[in-house]
Design a protein around this ligand. Structure first.
Ligand SMILES: NC(=O)c1ccc[n+]([C@@H]2O[C@H](COP(=O)([O-])OP(=O)(O)OC[C@H]3O[C@@H](n4cnc5c(N)ncnc54)[C@H](OP(=O)(O)O)[C@@H]3O)[C@@H](O)[C@H]2O)c1
Length: 290
């Protein structure tokens, strides 16, 4: 049986749906009161648990053979990963943990808090002696759907510099996760999941512009200006600072590597950004939801 955490989120919800469609025994871990995706059928019975509540994690992980460990971006995310790992140890069944982390962590960058948290989780996981696999996706194409207002305004301002980034489609991350969870031979493997190309943000703005039917200019803004803008828009400071740190890694060229790991896992090439913007043109133009 496969337990999926982060199960109501962008990637986790698709992992559960795909496992259900394959007839795999899957148990999504959901928080009390969370909306359960409509795609899950009656055969998918969630376990109500919280990363902050070890007893609830013990109940959710009972009987697990494999665990998809995906935690949300949160100041306590390292502790959340550790809590799930410790609950997996307590099952006494030695389930394999497929840790959903993030590209760039292998460089062990100082000062990128999201990556430091995932590295801390991985260090703890390795120290437990449980079998493990790491999925380290680069930034998701889908992040740009959240910037649709800026795209429609023709101006994309990010502290991402001019270096290219090999963003990946979150659906390819979910497809890759299903193979990593259900296939053989993935123990001890680290898969860095990227799109088929690294694109500069000016090129990305160009593709977004084609989708919305007018030009979109990219402006590389200074980190301090980006942070001030996010705080002014009501962002939580921890998350805003973390995002600026991550964009700093992008600007330094630290997210440009392209891998074939999506194809290795899924047997087909990763989706391209222009195919994604074609497909989501209506959403980017504000004509639909995603
Ligand atoms: N976005 C990117 O570009 C990107 C790229 C690479 C890696 N990542 C990594 O991907 C992860 C985020 O993935 P995502 O975007 O699919 O997540 P997401 O959409 O933000 O969903 C987060 C999930 O975690 C659950 N959750 C939050 N707090 C919880 C708690 N205390 N106990 C139990 N469940 C809890 C949420 O449940 P509720 O429905 O109850 O809120 C939701 O199911 C992060 O670890 C991030 O570092 C992201």
């Amino acid at each position: 049986m496969i337990v999926v955490s982060g199960a109501t989120g962008t990637v986790g919800s698709q992992v559960v749906t795909r496992l259900q469609d394959r007839g795999t025994d899957v148990r999504p871990l959901v928080r009390a009161g969370s909306a359960v995706p409509a795609e899950w059928g009656a055969g998918v019975v969630p376990a109500v648990a919280d990363f902050t509540d070890p007893a609830s994690l013990d109940a959710a992980l009972a009987g697990a053979d494999v665990v998809y460990l995906l935690v949300a971006v949160h100041p306590d995310m390292a502790t959340h990963e550790r809590n799930v790992i410790d609950a997996a140890v307590r099952t006494g069944r030695r389930p394999r943990i497929v840790l959903h982390a993030a590209a760039g962590m292998g460089q062990r960058p100082d000062g990128v808090r999201f990556l430091a948290a995932h590295n801390s989780g991985l260090d703890h996981l390795v120290a437990t002696g449980l079998p493990w696999t790491v999925l380290a996706p680069n930034g998701f194409f889908q992040n740009f759907l959240g910037m649709a207002d800026a795209v429609r305004g023709g101006h994309l301002a990010l502290p991402a510099g001019t270096s290219p980034v090999s963003y990946v489609d979150a659906r390819d991350v979910a497809d890759s996760a299903v193979e990593a969870l259900t296939g053989d031979g993935h123990e001890g493997a680290v898969y860095t999941l990227t799109g088929p190309a690294a694109l500069s943000h000016a090129q990305i703005a160009g593709h977004l512009g084609v989708a919305v039917g007018h030009s979109v200019e990219y402006e590389a803004v200074r980190p301090e200006a980006a942070l001030a803008g996010m705080l002014g828009a009501g962002w939580d400071r921890w998350r805003a600072e973390g995002l600026v740190e991550l964009y700093g890694l992008y600007a330094a060229g630290g997210a440009a590597a392209v891998t074939s790991d999506v194809e290795k896992l899924t047997g087909r090439p990763a989706r391209s950004f222009d195919a994604f913007t074609d497909e989501y043109a209506g959403v980017l133009r504000g004509e639909g939801s995603h």
